[in-house]
Design a binder for this molecule. Structure first.
Ligand code: PMP
Length: 393
């Protein structure tokens, strides 16, 4: 077959199953009110949970960082791209992780996707390693497990007993339990205390991807480990910095020896250009906000918004996922129906994405509503009213 025709058939197949993705162009900053493809919209789709992406102090710190360090890093970390800004940020992140991880060190990455690949490929590098992967894990954990030499066993969503049986039956030299802390398309929390107890009993690593918890959970925004009050040398932690922290990149925090192994062996760390130092510089301001009084205030406002949406939505047909986090999905079911509702919301000036397979399981296409501390009560009320009306139609 002609190669172009082959590709076009694949695209036609996606279209036939309502699985084609379309990008919209945001003309303005990532804020609740923004111009999208030239039109004013109220957005409920970003992961900018604290509203830091357009925070004046963070934007100013980014500008100052560019002034200090220039636009780019120029090389990978192990060649010459590791700047003072990266080093300061890593110290700061290690301090934040210290209450939860003995002898904590932190490593800054360009993206959470790469941080997850790094952990799984480096810790799971040996044939006698096994990765126990939660069924609803994010694509980056799934891809990391595929790329690692380790064998992979998927355990059913939230099923601690099934995982325990798998761990007990395994004679692997290295065992890694990998889970999202906050499931990205559900908003639910993983049972981390129970998972940690299992890991400690079975000599396994607990690899926690806290992409959606860092900055949001915990009194100081230190994430899921702070929320649950966990501390263990068995934990390897990833927090992302392009969501609640509002900038970009991610970090791994773990025992110093794990971080040293990653520096020496993790290909997604070694073979890529270091992120622009200005990002690391700006992130210091994000971290000040997250861990300070302002962050606490933003988190309490966000909690109130979550409670408000919960109280104001009156859905009979569509199924809500019970979630206490700013990720508030509404499961519609069929792909075309989810697209239709998202389009109807869009026509009313409300931007809410329809999430379809393979991002979520077949038959569970959903509206992924995300709330941000930058939203007002009035904006959340507008969303609830529109959803209640559309469902009743
Ligand atoms: N883990 C989870 C659970 C995520 O939702 C995401 C991003 N959507 C990532 C990892 C990847 O992070 P990043 O966007 O920084 O690559």
């Amino acid at each position: 077959m002609d190669p172009i025709e082959h590709v076009e058939r694949k695209l036609a197949d996606l279209e036939a199953h309502s699985l084609t993705r379309r990008r919209r162009i945001a003309d303005t900053r990532c804020t609740p009110l923004q111009v999208v493809d030239g039109r004013a919209m109220l957005a409920f789709c970003s992961n900018d949970y604290l509203g830091l992406a357009a925070h004046p102090r963070v934007v100013e710190a980014l500008r100052a960082g560019a002034q200090l360090y220039g636009a780019g890093s120029g090389a990978s970390h192990l060649i010459s791209g590791h700047s003072r800004a990266h080093a300061i940020l890593e110290e700061r992140l290690a301090d934040l992780a210290a209450p939860h991880l003995p002898e904590a060190r932190a490593l800054y990455f360009s993206t959470g996707y790469m941080a997850n690949l790094a952990v799984l490929t480096a810790l799971g590098a040996d044939n006698d390693a096994v990765i126990f992967s939660e069924a609803l894990n994010h694509a980056s954990l799934i891809d990391g497990a595929r790329l690692a030499r380790a064998a992979v066993t998927v355990y059913p969503h939230g099923d601690v007993a099934a995982l325990e049986a798998q761990l007990a039956a395994s004679t692997a030299a290295t065992k890694i339990v990998a889970t999202d802390a906050v499931f990205s398309m559900d908003g639910k929390l993983a049972p981390l205390p129970q998972l940690l107890a299992l890991c400690e009993r079975h000599g396994a690593w607990l690899f926690v991807d806290d992409a959606h918890g860092f900055g949001v959970l915990g009194a100081q925004g230190r994430g899921a480990l702070e929320h649950f009050g966990l501390r263990s040398p068995n934990i390897v932690y990833v927090g992302t910095l392009g969501k609640a922290a509002g900038v970009g990149g991610a970090f791994i925090a773990a025992h110093a020896s794990v971080i040293e192994l990653l520096v020496q062996r993790a290909r997604p760390y070694i073979y890529t250009t270091a992120a622009p130092p200005a990002l690391a510089h700006a992130l210091l301001t994000s971290l000040d906000i997250i861990t300070g009084e302002e962050g606490a205030g933003l988190r309490s406002h966000l909690e109130l918004l979550v409670a408000q949406l919960d109280a104001e939505l009156r859905l009979a047909r569509w199924q809500r996922v019970v979630s206490s986090t700013p990720i508030q999905p509404i499961v519609i079911g069929p792909n075309d129906e989810a697209l239709r509702i998202a389009a109807a919301l869009y026509a009313r000036g409300l931007w809410v994405p329809a999430i379809r397979p393979p991002t979520v399981p077949n038959g569970t296409a959903r509206l992924r509503v995300t709330l941000s501390a930058a939203h007002t009560h009035d904006e959340v009320a507008q969303l609830a009213t529109a959803l209640n009306e559309l469902e009743a139609m």
